[in-house]
Design a binder for this molecule. Structure first.
Ligand SMILES: Cc1cc2nc3c(=O)[nH]c(=O)nc-3n(C[C@H](O)[C@H](O)[C@H](O)COP(=O)(O)O)c2cc1C
Length: 376
């Protein structure tokens, strides 16, 4: 398993020469990332996911990124209450697509590393080298309680995560049996075959926001996903450069991606009206407030900007809102690319209904801007 090989670089590039990579985020969950009551909200069903993945594959999008979620957030819709487990979801989609990279989003403390390594390899063989791994270390106490697993303190979560991925990388690469004697993980005479597809390994990402989370990604991952905001793109550009420079200091390369929520309609007014309809007039506010409370965001802790944060969370639980006609959406995406982001994982209120218009109108504009190849 040589990280610097051409085969590994092709994997990390998600087998695409496009300068701006595009993926879909959160489709494995009911309601996706839109905390809304509107009846057309995303079902998250397998049939809808399969239809969506095949559409995305056909259109040449690069990846699908699921949310690792174990129980819903309540509210009137039990937001994200029905979720497809992400590694089995990825395996199914990989069997039925040709080009897409499909990630599994895995809580390191909840998956035994020996089982996890083998699950990932199995999905990777099904997809002939297109499985990706999003490592999450967890933040939602209630989810861990459901498993009877105690959350470690924030720093130790990432320390555990590092051991977990070290053990998995060894299982992916060591030809012979080995013992693993970590601070948290102790394994005897580990044997793990087959190895990942093609003598490489799955592309690995993480979305840590804290300095510890980002340092984890810089040391261990091929990609870091970071939130961006329209008003602070200059800071984002510095962040991207900084992350890449730190990785190089370890002799590594890392790509930085971001996350967004797209509302694209023929006119600016239609896009703004639909956005308002879904995420302001018909937000599932009880669910939004529940999510915020989990993060200790209340009118008391955030007296100055609570309403602003609340609106932001109704719209895709964070992530940059990209609202407009196809020209405006393409221009926003181009600005993110210019800030240095390798790509963006986007969500739509009803992914499958809205994706064809996005692909027909925005992808050709991005191609004309030189950010993507014309669709083949
Ligand atoms: C793009 C993206 C995807 C994420 N996916 C998940 C997820 O599926 N499950 C989860 O528990 N946390 C998820 N997170 C949370 C992060 O893994 C991380 O815990 C969070 O950004 C806070 O950073 P910190 O752990 O460094 O404090 C995601 C965050 C982002 C930005």
């Amino acid at each position: 398993m040589a990280d610097g090989t051409a085969a590994m670089r092709a994997r990390v590039a998600m087998y695409s020469a496009n300068q701006l990579k595009l993926g879909l985020f959160g489709a494995n969950c009911s309601s996706g990332r839109a905390v809304t009551l509107v009846p057309e909200r995303w079902t998250g069903s397998w049939q809808d996911n399969l239809r969506l993945a095949q559409m995305a594959d056909e259109a040449g999008l690069e990846f699908m990124l699921p949310v690792g979620r174990w129980k819903g957030y309540g509210g009137d819709t039990d937001y994200q209450g029905a979720t497809l487990e992400t590694v089995t979801w990825a395996a199914g989609l990989l069997a039925k697509t040709k080009r897409l990279t499909v990630f599994g989003t895995v809580h390191a403390p909840l998956f035994h590393p020996v089982i996890a390594a083998k699950e990932f390899v199995t999905a990777d063989h099904i997809g002939e080298g297109r499985f990706g791994l999003n490592i999450v270390v967890g933040w939602n106490e209630g989810e861990f309680e459901m498993f009877g697993v105690a959350q470690r303190d924030h720093e130790s979560r990432y320390e555990y995560g590092e051991e977990w991925i070290d053990a998995i990388k060894r299982m992916w690469s060591e030809p012979d049996a080995f013992d693993f004697d970590g601070k948290f993980i102790k394994l005897k005479q580990v044997r793990s075959k087959p190895k990942p597809y093609g003598g490489t390994r799955p592309v690995i990402m993480n979305a840590g926001a804290s300095p510890t989370g980002q340092a984890f990604a810089i040391r261990n991952c091929d990609a870091l996903f970071s939130n961006a905001s329209r008003d602070t793109l200059a800071e984002s550009a510095k962040h991207v450069q900084n992350v890449k420079a730190k990785a190089r200091a370890y002799g590594r390369e890392i790509d930085v991606y971001t996350v967004g929520v797209i509302t694209c309609r023929p006119t600016m007014k239609e896009a703004q009206d639909y956005y308002r309809h879904c995420v302001i007039d018909h937000a599932d506010w009880r669910a939004v407030d529940g999510i915020l409370a989990l993060k200790n965001i209340t009118p008391q802790t955030r007296p100055d900007d609570f309403e602003q944060v609340r609106n932001h969370f109704a719209n895709g639980m964070g992530g940059i809102p990209i609202i407009g006609d196809p020209d405006a959406v393409a221009a926003d995406l181009a600005r993110l690319s210019a800030a240095g982001f390798t790509g963006i994982a986007v969500s739509l209120v009803n992914y499958a209904d809205e994706l064809p218009y996005f692909c027909d109108e925005v992808l050709p504009r991005l191609a004309r801007m030189g950010l993507r190849q014309p669709r083949s």
